[in-house]
Design a protein. Sequence first.
Length: 367
Amino acid sequence: MAALHIGFIGLGLIGGSIARALRENISELYMTAYDVNAATLEAAVGDGVIDRASTRIDETFSTCDYLFLCAPVQKNDANLEAVKKVISPSCTLTDVGSVKTDIHEHIARAGLEAQFIGGHPMAGSERFGYVNSKAKLLENAYYILTPTDQTDSRRMEAYRALVETMGALPLVLDYRQHDYVTAGISHLPHVIAASLVNLVRDSDSQDGIMKLVAAGGFKDITRIASSSAAMWQQICLANTENISKLLGCYIDSLSRIKEELDNRQGEALYRLFDSARVYRDSFINASSGPIKRVFSFNIDIDDRPGMLAQVATTLAFNNINIKNIGIVHNREYEEGVLRIEFYDESSQDAAKRLLSTPQFVIHEKKL
């Protein structure tokens, strides 16, 4: 049986993570990649992740069984023109973008609908580039697949199986539904978080009291406002209609809440918070999604010299990387003196085991 040939146009964080996951899980595999960054290709070959590096999109990719478009979305038109010249009819073409309407329209113009299946791995990192890619990034993450009207069922099932091989959880959606769903659960929340942070900034006193006492709750719901401004500008411009529609609904909702506040309608305000609590508590604790999970807990420590150093030293001695650590000065809505944040769930769990002693009390947040 011939080795499966998989190609990558772009090999950054997502492309590199997909390649690593496939390398770990498929024995008979040959992978080719093109990237504008020569150092990236050199590293991927050196790591044994890919077998061949290409400096252009050429006949090297003509025997691919799957070809992943992982370059920035603004490169899609140019890359598709090059891909169309070399791709074989049997090759499944896919992408990894977070907005699907644009790429489906590009594919239709290129006449490649019969072999295209959109892809959106709902995983990511605050870091970027191939150097930060890892196979586990996709583990138990939803991976949305958006077929076209011309997608053959056998091609669809084969691609679904490939996604499962990566360790991800395939979910098939119409591309228009995908963009509406992600507008609601990812794109609009980013807009709201950014707007709320700016509101507090503009409403704060000259001595910055709001900023000083901003507690964990405020930081949690606005954490995503720290995301890349350039990336979210592009996402908003690519999914404008859906975001605008849901933003209008949200504005209407806020107007109703303002009216209920102004009229001191206690029962209505209770229903607001209670219905939100019930629905929020019904969420499945999925390991990954469009808004990244924070792996952290708070811990009580004695207020005496050396205690903070003891915690940090214990974790460092056991090779557990700390992403962030700091004193929680405003604990109105959370417990624990010290907040520790980690890069992944395994580090968080290992730290909990190490620090679960009579000397410390760990407080976990409800997800």
